[in-house]
Ligand binder design. Structure first.
Ligand code: AMP
Ligand code: ZN
Ligand code: FE
Ligand code: FE
Length: 289
């Protein structure tokens, strides 16, 4: 019998910069007919308890996860950590440390925006985050509300984007090795998120990054990412398969922060098979053994 169940291994909640609460996200997954959903907030596991409880109630399998931002020049490196033990003290200590780096950055971005003549306060941004981890999408929303920009994308292009945003400030982060290792040490499965966002020019360069991460314990590559162009998918899949790495997929759903990204489907109407999760669980069992 073929398994036709569909899943999504990458979605955000209000615990970071998604617009749906953990409960609402799981309800949306149920509505979308997904059998399993990984809740992956930026640098926090705060949304997981509510997501797991709702998942149990509604019959949606919740995969506990986190998306850690690693220190990486010239692009973005995010490492997804699936099935890490969220009670692990060292793991939570690492996340707290990474969150400190994020929170040190935030007032500096505001100060920069003020220097540029924009009337915005940290409280405006905190209000957008509603108690969750503050990310640039919250700053973008606050800028939009203030009338400083006319779209969220303009807020990024003009002020917040790395490599050109007038108020971009790099946050202190852990190097890739530390990110991968903290996931492994908490019994989790580390997966390189959206390889395209590394912004390397050639596949060879992406392969070199992947090969380095493998030395630290990388177990997979997020191939079917919601924002990835269909032409890139076989290339990334090749990189993973050639190295015996897991192939995973997720929409990177953020709700209204990125309205063109649909849960379970992304921007290009992908379908993510349950088989990806079977393989991920098998790898987790090996790591735990
Ligand atoms: P932060 O965690 O504060 O670094 O913000 C990262 C989030 O901002 C990402 O997950 C994206 O949702 C969003 N983002 C980053 N760069 C851009 C960009 N150039 N255009 C639109 N959204 C972006
Ligand atoms: Zn995000
Ligand atoms: Fe990401
Ligand atoms: Fe994400």
């Amino acid at each position: 019998m073929t398994d036709n169940r569909l899943i999504d291994l990458h979605a955000h909640t209000t615990a970071s910069d998604g617009s749906l609460s953990p409960r609402e996200l799981v309800e949306a997954a149920k509505e979308a007919g997904l059998a399993a959903l990984a809740v992956c907030d930026h640098d926090t596991t705060a949304g997981l308890a509510e997501a797991m409880a709702t998942g149990e109630e509604l019959g949606v399998e919740i995969v506990p996860s986190v998306e850690i931002s690693a220190l990486y020049e010239g692009g973005t490196m995010h490492i997804l950590g699936y099935y890490s033990d969220i009670e692990d003290e060292r793991f939570q200590e690492g996340l707290r440390d990474i969150l400190d780096g994020r929170n040190n950055r935030n007032p500096r971005v505001i100060a920069r925006l003020n220097e540029l003549g924009i009337d915005i306060t940290l409280d405006d941004v905190i209000a957008e985050a509603g108690g969750g981890v503050i990310g640039r999408p919250h700053m973008a929303r606050a800028l939009l509300k203030k009338g400083a920009v006319s779209t969220l994308q303009e807020a990024f292009d003009e002020y917040l984007a790395s490599g050109g945003g007038k108020a971009f400030i790099l946050k202190e982060k852990y190097p890739p090795e530390a990110c991968v290792r903290m996931i492994v040490e908490a019994g989790g499965v580390p997966v390189l998120a959206h390889p395209k966002q590394l912004r390397r020019k050639t596949l060879k360069e992406i392969e070199a990054v992947v090969d380095e991460l493998i030395q630290y314990g990388l177990a997979g590559v997020e191939v079917l990412h919601g924002e990835c162009e269909p032409e890139r998918i076989p290339e990334y899949e090749g990189i993973a398969r050639e190295r015996g790495l897991l192939v995973t997929g997720g929409s990177d759903f953020h709700g209204t922060s990125k309205p063109d990204i649909l849960l379970g489907r992304g921007r290009h109407d992908y379908r993510i098979p349950y088989a990806y999760l079977d393989a991920l669980k098998a790898r987790h069992a090996e790591i735990a053994a």
